[in-house]
Design a protein around this ligand. Structure first.
Ligand code: KG4
Ligand code: ZN
Length: 333
């Protein structure tokens, strides 16, 4: 019954989790609110806050799991991709902990871990399935053939979907990260109030930079006529933006699933917390007779639970790394 400590520090969440025999016993996530006033993550500040939070997060994860640190059989950590200074904190902690406890180290690719979050809990997909991974830094359609046999078949050519949501919210004067607020306002608005263009990108790739500019111009032009336009129409704007972004994502996912003959579709990454996207994938699956999978909310945004479950599956394969391991800001699958 392997007990795995998972560590995540790739961006602005410091997280630690304990997983025993594939069952999640704890998942502690320390959010960094310091970035709100800057409208985006400040890398130097992120690594400093990770440094402060990492030991308390691990202690809390061990406490909540009702285990002793000597019960831990291996440490799994996010090696990349991510902010180098942030990754370094988690990697250094993992190395020190593994050395002190004389246990193996397991390196995990953050984007693979988002996909493997589906293997936490009882509702697990069967292989193969397609996973739409949407976060602040990535937008990918991944063909998942096995735990560590994944292929990116489509991705964004510029901005990520989460970035488009965060930048839209900035233009709307909402604090960072804007995705959750756009979600909140969208529930109160009319998704058909305004029409934004759907980019025509071949294959399964995405582009959000044109849409972002269209939204910016739309708000600017309307504010010339009515300076209170944003405030008066916040809910309708958010609902219309959310609808456009979710239809872009789901249309590509539908096309990929049909072309690849895959009948199971899944969501992963921070944007999969979005209510409209969650409803949309469910509806698509129902229409097509496919199965859909969405991780529990706490495993959607960055979290160490997904690192621990990925670590558990690597542990079973006996795939460990040495103390020489270094973080990778860019880490291919
Ligand atoms: O996966 P994640 O926590 O971090 C990255 O690796 O980027 O994703 C963060 C992204 C942000 O862009 C945030 O605005 C978005 O996920 N997000 C949401 C919601 N919750 C988080 N976007 C839309 N609706 C939400 N409810
Ligand atoms: Zn992420």
């Amino acid at each position: 019954m392997p007990v795995i400590l998972g560590i995540e520090s790739s961006c602005d969440e410091t997280s630690a989790a304990i997983c025993a025999d594939g069952i999640m016993l704890s998942n502690i996530i320390a959010n960094q609110t310091i970035h709100e006033k800057y409208g985006g993550v400040v890398p130097e500040l992120a690594s400093r806050v990770h440094q402060q939070n990492i030991i308390p997060a691990v202690q809390q994860a061990i406490f909540n799991a009702k285990i002793n640190k000597n019960d831990i059989d291996a440490v799994a950590f996010t090696r990349g991709p991510g902010l180098l200074g942030s990754l370094l904190v988690g990697v250094s902690f993992a190395k020190a902990f593994a050395l002190a406890q004389n246990i193996p180290l397991i390196d995990i690719n953050h984007m693979q871990a988002h996909v493997l979050a589906h293997f936490i809990g009882d509702h697990k997909p069967e292989f193969p399935f397609l996973c739409l991974t949407v976060s602040g830094g990535h937008t990918q359609i991944v063909l998942v053939k096995d735990y560590f046999d994944m292929e990116i078949i489509g991705q964004t050519q510029d901005d990520a979907a989460g970035e488009a949501l965060d930048k839209t919210s900035k233009v709307l004067g909402l604090p960072y990260p804007g995705g959750p607020l756009i979600d909140k306002y969208a529930r109160l608005g009319n998704p058909n109030a305004y029409h934004f263009p759907e980019p025509q990108i071949p294959g399964y790739d995405f582009s959000f930079s044109g849409l972002k500019t269209a939204i910016l111009y739309f708000i600017r032009d309307n504010e010339k006529l009515n300076p209170d336009f944003k405030e008066e129409h916040m809910a309708d704007i958010c609902a219309s933006v959310e609808k456009r972004i979710t239809t872009i994502l789901l249309n590509k996912l539908k096309k990929a699933a049909k072309d690849y003959g895959v009948n199971a579709i899944a969501l992963a990454g921070g944007v999969s917390a979005n209510t409209g996207l969650r409803q949309g994938i469910q509806q698509l699956a129902d229409e097509q007779g496919w199965k859909s999978f969405i991780p529990a909310f706490q495993y959607c945004t960055d979290n160490a639970g997904m690192i621990a479950i990925a670590g558990y599956h690597k542990y079973l394969k006996g795939e460990f790394v040495s103390q020489e391991v270094a973080p990778l800001a860019r880490m291919p699958f």
